[in-house]
Structure formats: structure tokens, C-alpha cells
Ligand binder design. Structure first.
Ligand SMILES: CC(=O)N[C@H]1[C@@H](OP(=O)(O)OP(=O)(O)OC[C@H]2O[C@@H](n3ccc(=O)[nH]c3=O)[C@H](O)[C@@H]2O)O[C@H](CO)[C@@H](O)[C@@H]1O[C@H](C)C(=O)N[C@@H](C)C(=O)N[C@H](CCC(=O)O)C(=O)O
Ligand SMILES: Nc1ncnc2c1ncn2[C@@H]1O[C@H](COP(=O)(O)OP(=O)(O)OP(=O)(O)O)[C@@H](O)[C@H]1O
Ligand SMILES: N[C@H](CCC[C@H](N)C(=O)O)C(=O)O
Ligand SMILES: [Mg+2]
Length: 488
């Protein structure tokens, strides 16, 4: 594709060079540049991509897109904001893949990954080949691709969508993080269905206030329906029990489907009961009432299922297919995942890393518990500090014993994070064990028959980030090892 063809998608465009080379790839990382590449300079949080132009040209870049003046031998086009321009260029370069793919986007503080897996299951039972993009990685059919972010940068996204079309995927389901919305990573993605799970505290390190955080999430719904293609009707599937949905409803042009636990919503659940093997509830939907029995555990998962049903209905999937998928769904890796090594107590590994998710999980565990509840919890470094004492308090208040330990300390002092978690707490049931492996061993050693250990915060993660190094660490493996050691 010609450089000028790509540039026509940009508005406002500050400067266009006269040269018009053929572009055979687009990259934002100088290390990935090969001959024929358009290199886009991104002024990042850590380094400035404008400083890598020389390397990009040495690697074969034939054109540059920049937002600051640079000196180089290849043609340069200037724009005000390369991050946003990159999304438009990516979409054009890969020939607007989301114009011909059904696209479902899910945003919200908690439940995005879970809801995306449920929608994926519904689509598969409906006989479709799917693509999934989110925290656990990216999938096309059964093929797995690793990802660094919950919502990747716009070039990775558009190239994945393009690959999905090549592989005959009909519908893609993706998590849309607030960072991605704020940074414009999803500009150029044309959603058919946008789903909202909930809004509670997280990421205040980045967004600073809950109002700003909500504004970022709201972009998904505000942008829905501003369509340039001839796709079908757009749908916003909103959690009616969450205050933020009112604002999202008034800011979207899409058709709204509400869900929740109240009969005033388009679809709702009642008579929710936890069983030994899952959750039962009555679903009211499309003038039908259906008894549902699923393996997913907890009221929070009923919300995720309702969100997924809303998306399924928007995609015109028959209700009986949707219910079949929900009832057969086994669970999501690292989300309320039981660890079984023939022990006489229960161990649950869960990805709760926000105050609200921890509270939801521990309330659910309380309903199931016959013995003690032992909760292992930590908070990530270089992330929202204000959630630390909240998570510490929730763990201590809702557990028999709370063990505070390291999550991913990243570049922070792990001891300081543990101190932050204890600010203002007067509970006498807290033990601090810095080393996560030791914390898990300790919990396993004090557990008796019928007790429940909850290992929170890292779920599917098979690493621990200490400083800038990534070490292998897997809560499920560690719990199994600790149980075997205890047995002798
Ligand atoms: C704060 C943030 O969002 N950072 C993202 C950002 O990194 P950055 O700004 O630090 O990038 P940088 O290292 O400064 O590089 C700037 C530019 O120089 C380029 N470069 C760099 C080095 C070089 O040799 N040559 C070169 O060209 C880079 O390719 C880049 O284009 O751009 C990177 C590439 O897209 C992202 O991977 C990275 O996410 C980091 C890993 C991150 O932790 N992000 C979190 C906060 C995040 O985005 N989380 C959300 C939500 C999670 C959730 O709750 O679900 C997510 O969607 O993941
Ligand atoms: N609907 C929900 N409401 C509150 N908590 C939930 C909900 N669904 C899941 N959780 C809790 O949040 C944790 C994370 O769930 P999930 O991974 O689905 O969320 P996410 O929004 O994808 O998170 P992330 O922001 O890290 O991508 C779960 O392990 C569980 O503890
Ligand atoms: N997507 C979230 C994941 C947090 C997981 C937790 N284990 C941590 O490291 O804080 C984030 O990057 O904030
Ligand atoms: Mg997720």
C-alpha cells in the first residue's frame, strides 16, 4: 500500500512529504522494523520512540510518522498525536478487518475475562469459529498467542483481526481496558456489541479519579454506533444495577439491553442459590423464565453470565443454545479455580486484585465455608496504592486468618506495599509473610479438614514480577507442592 493512501485516513494531518514509497509493514517498535516498513514514533511512558528513528531506518524503514520534529533521510509525515494516528493507519493497512468481523467488546472493572470466555463458549456451541483477545492472551480458534496487555496496542489488534478473517473467524470477543480506551488503542475497531460489567475502584494510579476512570470506560459506548460501514444494529449491554450505566445509556446511540437482579431490566436473574457444584438461578429473558444450573460459582458470576446472555441475544443466537453453553461451561483458568491434590480442605486460586472482586469472592466463600477461611493476598506494585488498605481490610474482615504477602511488587519495595495494606487496620488475625511461596506453605500447614484457603490476586499468572525481572511462579503449582510436602 502507498504511504499517501495510508495518510489519507488521518485527520488532522499536519505535514505530508512529497515522496510516496510503497509500505509493506507498519511497526511502532524499531526492533521489529524490516525493509519496507512505516515506523510510527510513540512518545511512551518509559522512552520516546522518536529516539529510535535512526535504528528504524538502519533496519529498513522507508517512511516515518512522527509528532515531534526529527532529522532523517526517509520521508516523514507529522501528526499531532501518533498514538491515535497509529490506530487509524493500522485499521487501513489491514483493510478495515472489523468492518467484516462481528466484534464484541467488554469493559468494566471486574469480570471482563470471565464474560469474554462465556461469550466465546456460547459462540462455539453456536458452531462459530471465534477469536478472543484479553488478559489471558489471544486465541484464534484453538491457536494461542501470548499478549503483554489485556487490550494490546492498535497495530497488534488490527493485525490479529486481519489474521482472524484469514482463518475464517466469524466473531471476535475482546476485553477493552480503560487504559486502551484512554490511549486510543481501540480507535478503528468497529464494535457490534459493547458490554459493561461494573465500575468499582481500580487503576487510580493512571486515571487519578473515579470520574476520569468512568469517562474512559464510557468511551466504548459513546463511540458505538458512530459507524462508517453498513454493519447491523449496534447494541450496548449494560449492568442496570451499576450506577454508571445511566450515564453510558444517555451517551450511546446504540440499542441498549439492560441486565441485573431486578425485574425492571431486559434480562434478570432471581432465586440465586449456591450448590456444592455451582450456582442455580432463574433467568427471565425474552418473556421466558428458565431454570439455569451452572458450574460457575457465585452471584458475581451470575452477573457475568447475564452480560454474556445479553451479548448472545444481540448477536441473535437462540436462547436454548446460550443456556446450553452456560450450563456446560467449566470455568475460566485462575478464576475461582479449585486446586485438587486429594487434600481434605479446599484451595481456591482466584484473580481478585481489586477491593470489589476480593469482597465478592470472600462473601461467596463465606457462604460455602464449613471451617476456617484462610486468605492469602497481596497488592501489585506500581499500581493504585489507595486500593491496598481497602483490600487488606476486606481480607482481614472476611477471613478467619489473613496472610498478607507479595503479589507482583514490580519496582516498589515489597515491604512498603505490605505496610500500605495494613494502614488503619486493627484486626488481630493478620500475619505478614513477604515470600509468597512461604505464605502458601503456611496456609496449607494450618489448614484442617473443611477449611478453605483462598489464594487471591494472581489467578492464571505463571510469573512474579520482582523489580523488572519476571520469575516463574504459579499459585496452583505452589499450592499442590505445599500440600504434597505437608503430607510428607
Ligand atoms: C502504561 C502503559 O500503558 N504502558 C504501555 C506502553 O508502554 P510504554 O509507553 O512504556 O512504552 P515505551 O517502552 O515507553 O516505548 C515507547 C515507544 O518506543 C518504542 N521503542 C522502544 C524501545 C526500542 O528499542 N525501540 C522502540 O521503537 C516502543 O515500541 C514504543 O512504541 O505501550 C506498550 C506497548 O503497547 C504497552 O505494553 C505498555 O503497557 C504496560 C506493559 C502496562 O503495564 N500497561 C498497563 C498499565 C495496562 O495497559 N493495563 C491495561 C489494563 C489491565 C487490566 O486491568 O485489565 C491493559 O490493557 O493491559
Ligand atoms: N462481575 C464481577 N463482579 C465482581 N467481581 C468479579 C466479577 N467477575 C469476576 N470477579 C472477580 O474478579 C476477578 C477477576 O475476574 P476477571 O478476570 O473476569 O476480571 P477482569 O475484568 O478481566 O480483570 P482485569 O482487569 O485484570 O482484566 C475474579 O477472579 C473474581 O474474583
Ligand atoms: N491488569 C491488572 C492485573 C493486576 C494483577 C495483579 N496480580 C497485579 O500485578 O497487580 C493490572 O495490570 O493492573
Ligand atoms: Mg481481564
Amino acid at each position: 500500500m502507498k504511504f499517501h493512501t495510508l495518510l489519507t485516513t488521518l485527520n488532522p494531518l499536519v505535514t505530508v512529504p512529497t515522496e510516496n514509497p510503497e509500505i509493506t509493514s507498519v511497526e511502532m517498535d524499531s526492533r521489529k522494523v524490516k525493509p519496507g516498513t512505516l515506523f510510527i514514533c510513540i512518545d511512551g511512558f518509559t522512552v520516546d520512540g522518536h529516539n529510535f528513528v535512526k535504528q528504524a531506518v538502519e533496519n529498513g524503514a522507508v517512511a516515518i510518522l512522527a509528532q515531534k520534529e526529527i532529522q532523517t533521510t526517509v520521508p516523514v509525515a507529522y501528526v499531532k498525536d501518533t498514538q491515535r494516528a497509529m490506530a487509524a493507519i493500522g485499521s487501513c493497512f489491514y483493510q478495515y478487518p472489523t468492518h467484516s468481523l462481528n466484534l464484541v467488546g467488554i469493559t468494566g472493572t471486574n469480570g471482563k475475562t470471565t464474560t469474554s470466555y462465556i461469550i466465546d463458549e456460547i459462540l462455539k456451541i453456536n458452531g462459530e469459529k471465534t477469536g478472543v483477545i484479553g488478559t489471558i492472551g489471544m486465541k484464534i480458534g484453538e491457536e494461542i498467542f501470548e499478549g503483554k496487555n489485556t487490550t494490546p496496542d492498535s497495530l497488534t489488534l488490527q493485525s490479529m483481526f486481519s489474521k482472524m478473517i484469514e482463518e475464517n473467524v466469524t466473531t471476535a470477543v475482546m476485553e477493552v481496558s480503560s487504559h486502551a480506551l484512554h490511549l486510543g488503542r481501540v480507535h478503528g475497531c468497529e464494535y457490534d456489541v459493547a458490554v459493561f460489567t461494573n465500575l468499582t475502584q481500580d487503576h487510580l494510579d493512571y486515571h487519578k479519579t473515579m470520574e476520569e476512570y468512568k469517562k474512559a470506560k464510557g468511551l466504548l459506548f459513546a463511540q458505538l454506533g458512530n459507524s462508517f460501514s453498513n454493519k447491523n444494529k449496534k447494541f450496548a449491554v449494560l449492568n442496570g444495577d451499576d450506577e454508571a450505566s445511566k450515564e453510558f445509556t444517555s451517551n450511546t446511540q446504540a440499542h441498549v439491553i439492560t441486565y441485573g437482579l431486578n425485574s425492571k431490566f431486559d434480562l434478570y436473574a432471581e432465586d440465586i442459590h449456591l450448590t456444592n457444584v455451582g450456582t442455580k438461578f432463574t433467568l427471565h429473558c425474552l418473556n421466558e423464565s428458565v431454570a439455569v444450573e451452572m458450574k460457575l460459582i457465585g452471584t458475581f458470576n451470575v452477573y457475568n453470565v447475564l452480560a454474556a446472555i445479553g451479548a448472545g441475544i444481540a448477536l441473535q443466537i437462540p436462547l436454548n443454545t446460550i443456556i446450553e453453553a452456560i450450563e456446560s461451561m467449566e470455568g475460566v483458568p485462575g478464576r475461582f479455580q479449585a486446586v485438587n491434590a486429594d487434600q481434605d480442605f479446599t484451595v481456591i486460586v482466584d484473580y481478585a486484585h481489586t477491593p470489589d472482586s476480593l469482597e465478592n469472592v470472600l462473601h461467596t466463600v463465606k457462604q460455602l465455608a464449613k471451617g476456617k477461611i484462610i486468605t492469602i493476598v497481596g497488592c501489585g506494585g506500581d499500581r493504585d496504592k489507595t486500593k491496598r488498605p481497602l483490600m487488606g481490610g476486606i481480607a482481614a474482615d472476611l477471613s478467619t486468618y489473613a496472610i498478607f504477602t507479595s503479589d507482583n511488587p514490580r519496582t516498589e519495595d515489597p515491604i512498603a506495599i505490605l505496610e500500605d495494606m495494613q494502614v488503619g487496620l486493627t484486626n488481630d488475625n493478620i500475619t505478614v509473610i513477604l515470600d509468597r511461596r512461604e505464605a502458601i506453605k503456611n496456609a496449607v500447614n494450618i489448614a484442617n479438614k473443611d477449611d478453605i484457603i483462598v489464594i487471591a490476586g494472581k489467578g492464571h499468572e505463571n510469573y512474579q514480577i520482582i523489580g523488572t525481572e519476571i520469575h516463574h511462579f504459579d499459585d496452583v503449582e505452589e499450592a499442590k507442592e505445599a500440600i504434597l510436602q505437608k503430607r510428607g
